[in-house]
Design a protein. Structure first.
Length: 351
């Protein structure tokens, strides 16, 4: 049985990847390693937690002794690495957590994989790093990020992900470690922690709270439904070429303010409110420091070489996402019940 370690599997994207792999590959044993930070919730995985090919391990990727022992004990065949601090606003407030988890944590995992695969490396082994398009920096009105775009990260978050990408590539060139990297655009969908734009807006619209739009709301993001990202990860993990990078994106660019109006319209209908009610909550607030203007991915390499393409239209994905949040009030209350939001409130004064 192939033993696959997935890190960060209790988080937003990781939980969808775990579900896909556990259900689709009964011949693999999937190990989910997660520290369960504020962003990791085992309730994301209740439907698969009792499957015989699934094991949860609570642990910290920055704990070198623990990680080294874990790899020696279980001898994983492959690693799909998603564990990270992932929110740009938090990285502006607390950069060291990002540097520790994203850079040091990745280095510790690379060393552990290198140590166990050194003697016995086979075609089954791969260290697959899940990264972001934010490593490429900020685009103007024209152009797209390709796999050849030079790295130009601008936030502590994107700089820490760029640092981890560089380490992954360096371990391939220096030690011949079999690695793959993918850089994906903004994800949305069920189970996303309500500090990121789409779930935060859904949460606030539902509760009639102000909708904080940074700056003029003119920044552009390229949105992809999380299950399409999980499908891309499955494709790249199984068919990608070692040493290569793949860009993943939805070819779906939206100005923040247009997206927020669309969401307000969808929610007015679903909540039986008169048209225009939710949009009255829109509030322009101070811009994010160093706010990247535009991200847009050219996913041509992945489409042409591995045949992946997004399956959902944005309006359909957004509607499914809104339905999920409206139907899962218990989840929303559970994940927002700690004191991390209080701390966050004080900084941004937006809730
Ligand atoms: P998330 O914040 O929802 O989840 C991160 C998970 O990592 C959580 O379960 C958390 O408990 C775990 N974690 C954090 N620190 C850890 C540590 N030290 N040890 C073990 N586990 C730890 O993040 P996400 O949005 O699901 O993103 C997952 C990955 O995908 C990240 O690497 C992120 O950079 C990347 N990514 C995210 C997006 C996006 O739009 N969300 C887009 C492209 C790439
Ligand atoms: P976010 O979901 O934090 O993703 P990222 O910054 O990694 O792209 O933010 C998406 C966009 O929405 C970004 O341009 C910042 C903006 N934004 C707001 O205007 N208000 C908010 O409350 C949040 C969280 C984000």
């Amino acid at each position: 049985m192939k033993k696959i370690l997935i890190t960060g599997g209790a988080g937003f994207i990781g939980s969808h990847v775990i579900r896909l792999f556990v259900n689709k590959y009964p011949d693999y044993h999937i190990y989910n390693l997660d520290k369960l930070t504020y962003a990791g919730n085992l309730s994301n995985l209740t439907d698969i937690e009792n499957k015989s090919n699934y094991t949860f391990i609570k642990g910290d990727i920055t704990d070198e002794k623990f990680i080294t022992e874990l790899f020696t004990t279980i001898s994983f065949d492959s690693v799909i690495h998603l564990a990270a601090e992932s929110h740009v606003d938090r990285s502006i407030l607390q950069p060291m957590e990002f540097i520790n988890t994203n850079i040091l944590g990745t280095a510790i995992l690379l060393n552990a994989a290198k140590a166990i695969w050194k003697e016995t490396q086979t075609a089954k082994n791969v260290f697959y790093h899940i990264s972001t398009d934010e490593v490429f920096g900020s685009l103007g009105q024209e152009g797209f990020f390709t796999e050849e775009t030079p790295y130009d990260p601008r936030s502590p978050y994107s700089a820490s992900k760029a640092g981890s990408d560089h380490l992954v590539r360096a371990y391939h060139h220096t030690y011949d470690l079999p690695v793959i990297i993918s850089n994906c655009s903004n994800n949305y969908g069920p189970n996303q922690f309500p500090e990121k734009l789409i779930p935060l807006m859904i949460h606030h619209i539902k509760n009639n709270k102000p909708l904080p739009v940074y700056g003029k709301g003119e920044n552009i993001r390229d949105w992809l439904y999380v299950i399409d990202h999980a499908r891309a990860i499955d494709t790249i993990f199984h068919h990608g070429t070692h040493g290569e990078t793949y860009n993943i994106g939805g070819i779906n660019e939206w100005k923040n303010i247009d997206l927020i109006y669309l969401l307000c319209n969808i929610m007015d209908k679903k909540l039986n409110r008169p048209d225009g009610t939710s949009a009255e909550l829109i509030t322009f607030v101070k811009d994010r420091a160093g706010h990247d203007m535009r991200y847009a991915i050219d996913p041509g390499k992945l489409q042409k070489t591995l045949g992946w393409s997004p399956s959902l239209q944005f309006e359909e994905g957004l509607s499914l996402t809104v339905d999920w949040y409206l139907e899962n009030e218990g989840w929303l209350n559970e994940v927002t019940s700690g004191n991390y939001l209080k701390y966050y409130d004080q900084q941004y004064n937006k809730r």
